[in-house]
Design a protein around this ligand. Structure first.
Ligand SMILES: *Cc1c(COP(=O)(O)O)cnc(C)c1O
Length: 385
């Protein structure tokens, strides 16, 4: 009997696992075979082959990922950008128009602004907080609307319910990059989004040792995107499938700790006299706090802040800390710290960064699973210098 599980913690461990277990193996084995014996398939996309995203390792992940967000279907990809670019290339054709939030992940922003023109796709950026202004950007050929659950690095939360309503009213496909929240904190299909995208490199895998991505949502759309992925070839290797599968099982225990720890660190920083400004949606002082409370089950392990005194003070703080690793990326078990002006947002001009409210001295932290007290103690000594 196919088992159905109620809670996310249980689904992470048990959903999608093969029934019966393969030779009794408790952990999903790695099927390191590029091709599989022909068994009468009549369509190209049904031949069993790693690039066609249908080996036992892929299928188990697809079922587990779909279950996590209570969605119809899911697809794993070779990276988060593979998920995003393949989904957009599937849904948009020459002549189509596209609406996207104005402060996207760097890779997504570059893909839209640098590659869309040659593909004959036009776009407009929207402010996620001003639904009243979206209609003026709408065109008869607008096909999709694209947002992120929490913006990087200011952790702003757009009016996500308005995005879904707007998409339904104007027959657009609604897409959301849910990487920062992870399925533990937010499940877009439950709120009516057509597609939820993740960089599994971050929280889903959680161990900073692979890149991977996923598209989760409506079965008809996921099927089309899978066929496009079969053509483009950005399929996840079985060994990376195995690592993602293993990493995902602890998502709930990791995120619970990271949510709690990050709220404590945010409160500590908010009280500190050297801190000018702190951005964390779990704080009452955050402009989108109420919206975040309504939508999310937790506020994530990401926060950003500014110290009094500008870039030099920020650099000195980062050098003085001993526990966090100074590195881009996020969502792993180790605390990472970075200055977005030098990493994720270095491609933007200072003027564009400032227009979005990202100062050059802003510090972003991805809180890991270390003891909260150790992180705070380290920040305390670094702030004294
Ligand atoms: C990292 C990231 C991506 C891209 O994912 P890759 O796995 O690096 O390709 C997309 N969106 C967000 C929000 C990210 O943080």
């Amino acid at each position: 009997m196919k088992k159905h599980y109620k809670h996310l913690e249980t689904k992470l461990v048990h959903s999608g696992e093969p029934e019966p277990r393969i030779n009794g193996a408790v952990s999903m084995p790695i099927f390191q075979s590029s091709t599989f014996e022909y068994s009468g398939q009549s369509s190209y996309n049904d031949l069993k082959y790693i690039r066609l995203n249908n080996t036992p390792n892929h299928i188990a992940l697809h079922q587990k990922l779909a279950a996590l967000e209570n969605a119809e279907a899911a697809l794993v990809t070779a990276s988060g950008m593979a998920a995003i670019s393949t989904a957009l290339l599937t849904l948009l054709s020459p002549g189509d128009h596209f609406l996207a939030q104005n402060c996207l992940y760097g890779g997504t922003h570059e893909f839209i602004t640098k590659d869309f023109a040659a593909l004959g796709i036009s776009f407009d950026f929207i402010n996620g907080d001003e639904p009243g202004a979206w209609k003026s950007k709408l065109r008869s050929d607008t096909k999709a609307i694209y947002v992120e659950t929490m913006t990087n690095p200011l952790l702003q939360v757009a009016d996500l319910k308005a995005v879904v309503d707007f998409a339904k009213a104007h027959k657009l496909i609604s897409m959301i990059d849910n990487t920062f929240a992870s399925p533990f904190n937010f499940r877009p299909p439950e709120w009516g989004f057509d597609l939820s995208l993740h960089s599994c490199t971050k929280y889903l895998n959680g161990h900073s040792d692979i890149v991977a991505g996923t598209v989760i949502g409506r079965a008809d759309l996921v099927e089309k995107i899978k066929h496009k992925l079969n053509h483009l070839g950005a399929s996840l290797d079985p060994h990376a499938c195995f690592l993602l599968h293993r990493g995902m099982k602890t998502l709930a225990v990791r995120i619970k700790h990271q949510n709690d720890s990050t709220l404590k660190i945010a409160k500590y920083l908010e009280e500190h006299q050297s801190v000018e400004k702190i951005n964390y949606p779990g704080l009452e002082s955050h402009p989108n706090h109420e919206r975040a409370c309504e939508l999310f089950d937790g506020f994530s392990g990401m926060l950003s802040f500014e110290l009094k005194g500008g870039v030099e003070v920020a650099e000195r703080f980062m050098q003085q800390t001993t526990l966090p690793v100074v590195a881009p990326s996020l969502g792993g078990i180790e605390t990472l710290i970075t200055r977005p002006a030098t990493t994720s947002h270095s491609g933007m001009s200072p003027e564009d960064r400032h227009a979005l409210g990202i100062s050059d001295s802003l510090i972003r932290v991805s809180v890991g699973i270390e003891a909260t007290e150790d992180i705070i103690e380290d920040f305390e000594q670094a702030l004294k210098v």
